[in-house]
Design a protein around this ligand. Structure first.
Ligand SMILES: [Zn+2]
Length: 132
């Protein structure tokens, strides 16, 4: 079972580090992602926080989650430049190669035979289902 960020230490840490992004409004379902991606999430929050500070423009994080084995980061920033959007998309895409459990180099694999997740060799659970 993958340990996820909920209203735990990591969530509080993010809220305290980036008080301007509305992270306090995210309920655990809106902030449900593997701990192995904390570094990527923190990096994105930093970019958004800097952008907001520099421009004074509106930024609100609406959801952070895992989908199809990689990070999805949803936010509202109506006037954001294309480059900011692309950088954040790129950071999300890169999690396809970051182990969701430990943050080391990984690859998207079918985990335990059914769901897809970016995992390293150590955290890969091969399909051991008996289909007979
Ligand atoms: Zn791992």
């Amino acid at each position: 079972m993958i340990e996820k960020i909920t209203k735990t230490t990591e969530h509080i840490q993010l809220m305290e580090q980036f008080p301007s992004l509305g992270l306090n409004r995210l309920n655990p379902y809106m902030l449900s992602l593997p701990l192995g991606w904390m570094k990527s999430v923190t990096e994105i929050c930093q970019l958004l926080s800097d952008y907001k500070k520099e421009t004074g423009n509106q930024v609100k994080v609406t959801q952070i989650k895992e989908k199809f084995g990689s990070l999805r980061f949803y936010y509202r920033a109506p006037k954001q430049p294309a480059q900011l959007y692309e950088t954040i998309e790129q950071l999300c895409l890169m999690t396809e190669e970051i182990c969701a459990y430990c943050g080391s180099k990984g690859k998207i694999k079918h985990q335990d035979g059914y769901y897809m997740m970016a995992v390293c060799d150590k955290h890969y659970i091969p399909d051991e289902t008996d289909y007979d």
